[in-house]
Design a protein around this ligand. Structure first.
Ligand SMILES: Nc1nc2c(ncn2[C@@H]2O[C@H](COP(=O)(O)OP(=O)(O)OP(=O)(O)O)[C@@H](O)[C@H]2O)c(=O)[nH]1
Ligand SMILES: [Mg+2]
Length: 332
């Protein structure tokens, strides 16, 4: 826990310094764990001794005005703690943002089994992407729950941060997840555009979102799997075969039959990669599939280090992943 946070609240996981909102919905002035500087001010006011009581404000972490964390913000965070970078690729509309929104909503409501939400340095970004879901109730699902992602800077990735606790062993985990427009994946596939994809080099996991409905639909299946094949090839080439664990995240599973069986040939073709398939439903109108289905598995998967490509065996022997992660991140 940050020293700064400890300095303002007795609750070790208080997010007041980042969000200005108490996670327990307490009023800052009357909160039993209230900010010590406020106590100091009020007692000094009572004393009215004329002494200077207003200390210099604690310099809390500040992030840029963009809602998601800029690279510099993410670097600052990584300087203090080990963060797992999760790069999320997928063509437009496959559900990258929806899966982040759903993950945040599950955590906020204490419904991500096995995990507890501790903190986020990008609460405003999560609030922004979950804005559409506030209109959501099970009887009336709006057509569009999340909107197409656009970047403030078309060249630089932004990150969403989550700090979680794994309930069974109490271990804390910091995640930095990208929320990028699908065009970035399209231009990688179609034009091999990689100039803005350096963040992939520091990723501990790459999620590739694919709409399960497109696999269920026989007329789109071959093409969709062919595009996934192309994308995996591009990633391998760009990362020079130093590829982290891949998760093919099949989205919209509330509207599709289980389709992971159709990926066995793709996995065989890329047997030098560690590929896992996870089926999710970020939102759901299907009474048999709860909203957020499968997301627990995507997070649980992050608890484990997965094997990398075995292309350069000698290099892998001397590689220290924790160091590598940070060093490569600083190469941006
Ligand atoms: N029912 C259902 N709808 C989903 C699911 N995942 C995404 N959607 C919806 O599909 C639409 C597109 O999802 P987004 O998350 O915005 O897609 P994206 O991959 O972020 O798209 P870009 O930002 O354009 O790249 C939205 O209207 C979502 O609400 C899902 O699992 N189930
Ligand atoms: Mg999006």
């Amino acid at each position: 826990m940050d020293e700064e946070t400890l300095a303002i609240c007795n609750q070790p996981d208080c997010t007041f310094s980042q969000t200005g909102i108490c996670v327990l919905n307490n009023e800052p002035v009357s909160c039993p764990d209230r900010i010590s500087s406020l106590e100091d001010v009020s007692s000094a006011e009572e004393n009215n001794s004329g002494d200077i009581y207003l200390e210099a404000p604690v310099d809390f972490e500040r992030f840029s005005s963009s809602f998601s964390l800029a690279v510099q913000d993410a670097q600052n965070l990584m300087r203090n703690r080990y963060c797992k970078v999760v790069a999320i690729l997928g063509v437009p509309g496959t559900g990258k943002t929806a899966c982040l929104a759903s993950l945040y909503l599950l955590l906020a409501h204490g419904r991500l089994n096995g995990f507890q939400f501790l903190d986020s340095k990008s609460i405003r970004a999560f609030e922004e992407i979950t804005g559409g879901t506030r209109r959501w109730n099970s009887a009336n699902l709006p057509e569009q729950l999340t909107v197409h992602t656009e970047m403030q800077d078309e060249r630089i990735a932004g990150y969403l941060h989550l700090r979680l606790k794994h309930r069974s062993d109490g271990k804390k985990m910091d995640l930095l997840l990208t929320d990028l427009p699908g065009e970035w994946t399209l231009t990688l596939m179609d034009r091999n555009r990689t100039d803005r994809l350096d963040f992939l080099k520091s990723a501990e996991r790459i999620w590739i979102t694919i709409n399960a409905e497109h696999i269920m639909d026989g007329s789109k299946r071959r093409y969709t799997i062919h595009r996934a094949d192309l994308l995996l090839g591009r990633i391998k080439e760009f990362l020079e075969y130093d590829v982290p664990g891949i998760c093919i995240v099949l989205t919209h599973c509330d509207k599709a039959e289980p389709v992971s069986k159709y990926f066995s040939e793709l996995i065989r073709t890329h047997n030098d990669l560690d590929i896992k398939i996870i089926e999710i439903a970020s939102f759901s109108q299907n009474p048999d599939i709860p909203a957020g289905f499968g997301l627990e598995e995507t997070v649980k998967d992050l608890l484990h280090m997965r094997r990398k490509t075995t292309f350069d065996f000698a290099a892998s022997l001397v590689r220290d992943d924790s160091v590598r992660n940070i060093l490569k991140f600083q190469n941006f």
